[in-house]
Design a protein around this ligand. Structure first.
Ligand code: FEO
Ligand code: CA
Ligand code: CA
Ligand code: CA
Length: 633
């Protein structure tokens, strides 16, 4: 027998996990791997799906597929462009919490004329809801929600051209960022905010937090206000999330760069800051006008203190959140945490920017329920993914030796530069990553990348079409998945394929051709949120082009679909209101309510959801339930 080194990763996988029948990984390997070949192999998925349905009636498919079919307990809905939430028959939704809803009785109800002020906003639910998680605490239900960012034309829509008219306007915007921790309660099937709960909390860009991990105390993080580099202020642009088995929430700092500017617009930033998109101009938030911390000329190290994953314990409202530098610094989308069979903690993470990378963290220590957990996300090894065209891939270690960089601390801060140095694969904007609860298999949404095959990433790395990023000028996006060999999440080898290639089958041409599990009935673009429910259904949320025209004709508004990992079947479950993105997903502990986020409805002025009439559109958390009270995940 050949030694393990002589076998392909897929052959090793086959020996360890023998497959009863041909699957799509085998198809990938058998197919000529030209770009066209790869598209064809993905499109062969329809064949797999058809086989699956036939097999179900014949009792020939795996128990997993049968179980998944039983859980697909809804009839798919059509795309639409209604300014409303659309669900299948037998399901209903309600709004649980909106931007500007007060968390305490000392707050005031949202004012549609003024859209609040800094003081009211600091006491209220933040804006643009993204990642979220429910935590049970005794008989209480705590909901933690990221408030990613603000849209100028919404938060300052009462001002001329949507520009802040005062320092208070700017501070209002700042206070709408961060996170909201809120106790919610259900009465007669309706969820609402428990005002004045001792667990209610706003974590804002000004909240004091602890810097942990390799970069804590490092020169790159030292500022005049914090010469020890141990205490940072605040978190902002928190996109997706993760959670830990020890009951904490992971908030992921994404486009942190857009908040820094310099009074001197001619000021030039370092090459390292430039790699992260920091410049002398911000994205219109204006924070440097009220807080010197965001003037990059005055505080050039301040941007090095953002771009991390932040750990928050919702049961300890007074505890300082922890910035986890061990998990690297980049535009973190979410953090999918898996406890490996040997107890080590593995965290999969995407860096959402065109041509950036997928990452993995493996802890040094092992998780044991009840034992100390702080060190688990402080000590470990970071890796970046390399995908080979033959359906195999490997995790490349980001060590000083492999990267040529001076220290682990430096790699924790300049993580993109480290991943470029080892030749990781440039990806089509990695968004959420989610691990299948039923097997060692991990999915990542690659939302789109108009620069694929057109120009290099911000670090100069080439972005040729191929592998898991098969289409030039990719406007639709795809979902890639990988299986670690031996079902071991700490293994450096994996096999991969595409679960879905989004597109538009009504438009001819290779560029719009989707995989065969995508049809006119379930098409979408720009997959973003991904989350498995406890039964193993993959929920897919979109943040894409909702013009419903030309290449996107028939796609309707942004939506949420359910995917069966075993058969490839994808069904549309929900369509969101106008100009909104659907993002963030979690469930009540009894699994009878699904909570999800509606972000930036009316970002271009075309929505009045959820209140209708002439009301200001407001990002909100909604609850979705079955009318018969059955489980929804
Ligand atoms: Fe905030 Fe990559 O989405
Ligand atoms: Ca996202
Ligand atoms: Ca997105
Ligand atoms: Ca968004």
């Amino acid at each position: 027998m050949r030694s393990e080194d002589e076998l392909s990763f897929d052959e090793i996988d086959e020996i360890i996990n023998p497959k009863p029948e041909e699957n799509d990984f085998d198809r990938i390997l058998e197919t000529a791997l030209t770009r066209r070949g790869l598209l064809k192999s993905v499109m062969a998925y329809g064949g797999v799906a058809a086989l699956g349905s036939a097999g179900i009636s014949a009792g020939l498919v795996s128990g997993e597929a049968q179980a998944a079919k039983d859980r697909f307990a809804f009839s798919p809905i059509d795309a639409n462009t209604l300014d409303d939430i659309t669900l299948p028959d037998g399901y209903s939704s309600q709004v649980v919490a909106r931007w500007g809803d007060p968390l305490w009785t000392e707050g005031v109800d949202f004012d549609h004329e003024t859209r609040g002020n800094a003081e009211s906003q600091a006491l209220a639910f933040g804006d643009n809801i993204d990642g979220m998680e429910v935590f049970a605490h005794g008989d209480k239900t705590l909901l933690v929600v990221n408030n990613e960012y603000t849209n100028r034309k919404i938060i300052w829509g009462n001002r001329e051209d949507g520009k802040p008219a005062s320092d208070d306007d700017i501070l209002k915007g700042k206070m709408a960022h961060g996170l909201t921790v809120v106790e919610i309660a259900e009465q007669d099937g309706q969820w609402s905010i428990v005002k004045d709960s001792p667990y209610n909390r706003r974590v804002t860009p000004d909240t004091e937090m602890q810097i942990t991990g390799p970069a804590a105390g490092h020169d790159l993080l030292k500022t005049a206000a914090d010469p020890d580099a141990k205490t940072a202020l605040g978190t902002w642009n928190n996109c997706g999330n993760g959670s830990t088995p020890w009951g904490t929430y992971l908030a992921c700092e994404e486009n942190f760069n857009g908040y820094f500017s310099a009074e001197d617009e001619e000021h030039t930033v370092s090459a390292e800051l430039k790699r992260y998109g920091v410049s002398s101009k911000d994205w219109g938030y204006g924070w440097a006008k009220i807080d010197d911390r965001f003037d990059v000329a005055k505080n050039p190290n301040e941007p090095n203190r953002a771009g991390y994953v932040v750990e928050i314990d919702p049961r300890k409202p007074d505890a300082a959140p922890r910035k986890l530098t061990a998990l690297g610094r980049f535009k973190h989308e979410n953090a999918e945490l898996v406890i490996n069979s040997d107890g080590r903690v593995v965290v999969y993470m995407g860096d959402d920017e065109r041509g950036e990378f997928l990452y993995r963290f493996v802890s040094t220590g092992v998780y044991a329920p009840g034992a100390e957990t702080d060190s688990l996300l402080e000590y470990g090894q970071l890796y970046a993914a390399k995908f080979n065209d033959d359906g195999t891939g490997e995790w490349l270690e980001l060590s000083p030796q492999a990267t040529g960089m001076g220290s682990i601390a430096e790699i924790s801060v300049h993580t993109r530069i480290a991943a470029s140095a080892v030749g990781a694969t440039t990806m089509d904007r990695p968004e959420w990553v989610s691990a299948n609860p039923n097997k060692a298999e991990v999915y990542a949404a690659l939302t789109n990348n108009k620069n694929r095959g057109v120009k290099p990433n911000a670090g100069g790395d080439p972005t040729p079409a191929g592998g898991p990023n098969p289409r030039e000028k990719n406007i639709y996006g795809q979902i890639v998945r990988w299986r670690p060999v031996r079902a071991d999440h700490t293994s450096n080898s994996f096999s991969w394929d595409l679960y879905a290639l989004a597109g538009n089958p009504s438009i001819p041409g290779d560029a719009s051709a989707p995989s065969d599990n995508i049809s006119v009935a379930n098409m979408f673009n720009s997959p973003d949120g991904l989350k498995f429910d406890s039964n193993g259904i993959l929920w897919i949320q979109t943040d894409g082009n909702y013009s419903n025209e030309e290449a996107f004709a028939g796609h309707g508004n942004n939506q949420m679909l359910a995917g069966d990992p075993a058969t490839g079947e994808i069904r549309r479950f929900l369509v969101g209101p106008n100009e909104a993105e659907i993002t963030g997903l979690t469930w009540s502990t009894d699994k009878r309510t699904m909570f999800l986020g509606v972000q930036h409805p009316g970002e271009k002025g075309g929505s009045h959801w959820p209140e209708g009439g002439d009301k200001v559109a407001r990002s909100a958390v909604i609850a979705v339930r079955r009318d018969d009270g059955g489980v929804v995940g």
